[in-house]
Design a protein around this ligand. Structure first.
Ligand SMILES: [Zn+2]
Length: 391
């Protein structure tokens, strides 16, 4: 899978930049919203954002220092874990009724079981990326040898489902957002862009559709823009989606459709700083984020900032466990992890269980608080910040 066409997207030339600008003009908000036959009041899709995975290999404010260069009140809607006919078809219909384009991260096993479901996504004009072959909730612990077949087969089965395999986008989301060095490195060798998210709506939990809608809007309004992560395999998501789209319309949010750059389709011109995740104080209540001083992560490739209480129990990945002495649970562990790691720790594996597992109520969701803690210095081999900066 190393030699496919995703690797050959170069930096845009002046001509490419001009074409990109023209494409932006062509996809003005009014044009696409008005082009929704039978749905004159549709939310529509305001613009197409063309991104180059090579220039921005990892994104999503929950785990990385970069996220999509969205303007205020712009939203990118993403769905994971499908296709699952029963619910994915309903999601597609709801999106079609509003002429909204989204991004779907499919599971290879699902694509193998329902190849027509994958073709439907592409036929409807959505972006399709992949989400591994079997959705193992262990990517944070996997070796490169273990990562490779999961990523490759997920791509292969999704491509096999497509009439035109080139319709698959080089976008990848790690199951459970269980990021790890091996999967990120391997994704980079394939020219894949790893997508985390900017906010969640907890639609994999045992909550109502009304709650999913409430969380999606509350978290969007806290940020003002961003990438929303949903699942097209959940009844509660199907229930919540029409209300979310109606609210987006009522509150003047605009949906952005993200596609990958190709030699014929240059990346939308942006400035490097447009991709940077801003400090929490810029856009969200400080209390919502862990207190992390910028110096802790200066130069780091990724940035530890997210609502840790969204994830509950934290799982130390093998690299951190090797480097640091085993601290007493939980506070020193959390502090040490954040001070030394290039990105957020992986969430509890149960939280993104797939197929949808039993309600999480059996295991109490643990809120981890980081703010106000005193620094704890590892007694063993300390990790030098300089080592982080080299990453
Ligand atoms: Zn998933």
């Amino acid at each position: 899978m190393r030699d496919h066409e995703w690797a050959c997207v170069g930096r845009p030339t002046w001509l490419a930049a001009l074409l990109g600008a023209l494409a932006l003009i062509a996809s003005s908000p009014d044009a696409s919203a008005a082009d929704c036959p039978g749905h004159p009041n549709a939310l529509g899709t305001s613009r197409i954002l063309v991104v180059d995975p090579r220039e921005h290999p990892r994104l999503g404010a929950m785990q990385y220092k970069e996220t999509l260069p969205l303007r205020d009140h712009e939203v990118v809607i993403t769905f994971d874990d499908g296709p699952l006919r029963k619910y994915s078809n309903q999601v597609l219909q709801i999106l079609a009724d509003e002429c909204v384009k989204a991004t779907f991260f499919t599971i290879g096993r699902q694509a193998k079981a329902d190849p027509e479901g994958v073709r439907k996504l592409v036929a409807a004009g959505h972006t399709v990326g992949t989400h591994s072959q079997n959705h193992p909730l262990s990517f944070n612990k996997m070796t490169l040898e273990q990562v490779q077949p999961e990523v490759d087969q997920g791509i292969a089965w999704t491509k096999a489902a497509l009439t035109d395999p080139s319709a698959l986008s080089p976008f990848f989301r790690v199951p459970g957002l269980l990021r790890g060095d091996a999967v990120e490195s391997y994704a980079a060798t394939l020219g894949l862009q790893v997508w985390s998210a900017d906010f969640l709506a907890d639609d994999w939990r045992n909550i109502s559709g009304a709650k999913v809608h409430e969380l999606a809007m509350k978290r969007l309004e806290a940020r003002g823009k961003g990438i929303l992560l949903l699942h097209d395999i959940q009844a509660r998501t199907v229930a919540a989606l029409p209300k979310i789209l109606a609210d987006l319309k009522a509150k003047n949010y605009r949906v952005v459709h993200v596609v990958a750059a190709t030699p014929d389709r240059p990346a939308t011109p942006t400035e490097p700083e447009d991709w940077l995740v801003h400090r929490p104080s810029d856009e969200t209540p400080v209390a919502h984020w862990p207190a992390i001083t910028p110096t802790n992560l200066a130069g780091a490739d990724t940035r530890a900032r997210a609502a840790l209480d969204d994830f509950g129990n934290l799982d130390l990945p093998p690299a951190a466990a090797r480097t640091l002495p085993k601290p007493s649970w939980p506070r020193p562990a959390v502090k040490a992890r954040i001070a030394t790691a290039p990105a957020l720790p992986a969430p509890s594996a149960q939280l993104f269980a797939w197929p949808p597992a039993a309600p999480l109520s059996a295991r109490r969701h643990q809120v981890v608080r980081v703010e106000g803690q005193t620094a704890t210095k590892p007694a063993g081999r300390p990790v030098r910040l300089a080592a982080l900066r080299r990453r």
